[in-house]
Design a protein around this ligand. Structure first.
Ligand code: BG6
Length: 482
């Protein structure tokens, strides 16, 4: 029987949050480069996530880094070798990172890729491989070349599938031999909550998003996923293909049948529908009613349906940070979470950002995901975003160690439950800019990066206490829970 020691332990970053170097090496401007840092208020996260054309125009006027944190990231562009050495020292089995689409294709619609971009990633793939780590590649983690957004309407346009195929072909032709696991898209369900980040859809001022456009864009991404898997199967048959969603783990607030039904529906629409399509190869029947009742009309061709059916993913994966509450009453106290706002759960503590900490929820998600798909499951994001304080080069983060330990115990339980877990990947293993609120000071890493929300700092790297803890856990994993 599988044990905790048999699974892969890793760490992750994403190009837009980590690399910086936004104009270097021929990179084009992308959607994340236009998101400003706004001081935290109740609606700041929303305004830095759902961009209107005015905000984009303002961002384009700014020539430098300004108050656009993704342009600087953790300055990974200039620290890559040092960071790979740190990850090697940490002892992780697998490194998850993503490719900046706009670094390989500055506009996104070019026939041939940017050679400097190829050189940059060639170096990373080879160095990570040399350092003895497996590679988990996210082909696209939110950032869409801005040119595609402004000239094609982002993923609303079917043309993007074609451009994505070009991008995927170059990735697998060049680096297929190094890629162990891959995701065509990060958190593909994010397009529903965060259409700018997820599908490159610009928000009309004072208007809600048009839901047909949102779901049509998602559909184009589903087809692009299937086509990417098709390409990978040909060019790199050993690479395992996955799909990924952000998991919210809904509990009903009360035991009323209505609240229970709401929890089922929220979980279906918010997270399962993408998994059901990409793992099972067709739209689940519950979406028919949702589309009907919300006046959503999709164009799905016969070829699309065939592709979805034929190129399902080999494994399923998810990000998990906290659980959520579903209720028919809208008057409960609200709290933040990853991508969604939820009613507060009186039984749980929350992070500094209000995300409700629930290790058992991870076990529940692992069980549900496996029962639903019968495919191996990868936890490809989890961790604690917290305020860390550095004093004399030391960062004591017992809260993070506690969070990790509690979650790892639940993974162990899930493995005992019979879930086929492939691995666990800690999010933001090196501090990176927050994708939700554009803050540098919301830190997940076991490696501290000396920079603040305004981009001030040396960008030097320091090991936190959790670095040693995670290192020792991985080294001794066979002794921990087995
Ligand atoms: C996931 C994203 O939604 O959550 C990451 O895939 C993101 O990009 C992570 O960083 C944590 O969210 P945040 O908002 O704390 O950065």
């Amino acid at each position: 029987m599988k044990k905790t020691k048999d699974i892969l332990w890793g760490g992750a970053t994403a190009s837009s949050q980590y690399e910086g170097g936004y104009k270097e090496g021929g990179k084009g401007l992308d959607t994340q480069d236009c998101r400003p840092y706004l001081k935290r208020t109740s609606d700041a996260t929303t305004s830095t996530r759902l961009l209107t054309q005015d905000i984009i125009d303002e961002a384009k006027k700014c020539e430098g880094i300004g108050h656009y944190p993704f342009r600087q990231g953790s300055d990974g562009y200039h620290h890559i070798d040092e960071d790979i050495a740190l990850l090697k020292e940490l002892g992780i089995d697998i490194y998850r990172f993503s490719i900046s689409w706009a670094r390989l294709y500055p506009h996104g619609d070019e026939e041939t890729p940017n050679e400097e971009g190829i050189k940059f990633y060639d170096h990373i793939f080879k160095e990570v491989h040399k350092a003895g780590m497996k590679i988990f590649l996210t082909m696209n983690h939110y950032a869409v070349p801005l040119y595609l957004v402004e000239n094609y309407g982002g993923w609303t346009n079917r043309k993007l599938i074609e451009f994505y195929e070009r991008f995927a072909t170059v990735v697998f032709e060049n680096w297929g031999e190094y890629i162990d696991y891959f995701l065509p898209f990060n958190e593909i369900n994010a397009g529903y909550f965060s259409p700018y980040n997820g599908v490159g859809l610009v928000k009309e001022k004072d208007q809600p998003y048009n839901q047909t456009l949102v779901f049509q864009s998602l559909h184009h991404q589903f087809v692009a996923s299937a086509k990417t898997i098709k390409i990978a199967k040909k060019l790199s048959p050993k690479s395992q293909s996955g799909c990924m969603v952000a998991c919210f783990c809904y509990y009903p607030l009360t035991s009323t049948p209505e609240d229970n039904l709401k929890a089922v529906r929220d979980e279906e629409i918010h997270q399962w529908f993408a998994v059901d399509i990409l793992a099972n190869g067709h739209y689940p029947s519950y979406m028919d009613r949702f589309f009907r009742e919300n006046d959503i009309h999709l164009t799905v061709t016969e070829e699309d349906s065939e592709l979805l059916k034929k190129y399902t993913c080999d494994f399923v994966s998810f990000s998990y940070y906290s659980s959520s509450i579903a209720t028919c009453k809208e008057d409960g106290q609200q709290t933040a979470g990853n991508l969604v706002v939820s009613t507060k759960n009186p039984h749980l503590k929350a992070s500094d950002w209000g995300w409700q900490i629930d290790p058992v929820g991870l076990r529940i998600m692992l069980n549900k995901m496996y029962d639903r798909t019968q495919k191996p499951v990868f936890i490809c994001e989890n961790g604690l975003g917290a305020h860390d304080i550095m004093e004399d080069g030391l960062i004591h983060d017992p809260y993070r160690i506690d969070y990790l330990e509690q979650h790892f115990k639940q993974i162990d339980e899930a493995i005992d439950d019979g879930v086929d877990v492939i691995g666990y990947i800690m999010w933001g293993v090196i501090d990176i800019v927050s994708a939700g609120s554009c803050e540098m000071e919301k830190r997940y890493g076991v490696v501290y990066v000396d920079a603040n929300n305004l981009g001030q700092g040396t960008y030097k790297r320091y090991k936190k206490d959790s670095f040693k803890w995670y290192h020792d856990f991985i080294e001794n994993k066979h002794k921990q829970f087995n």
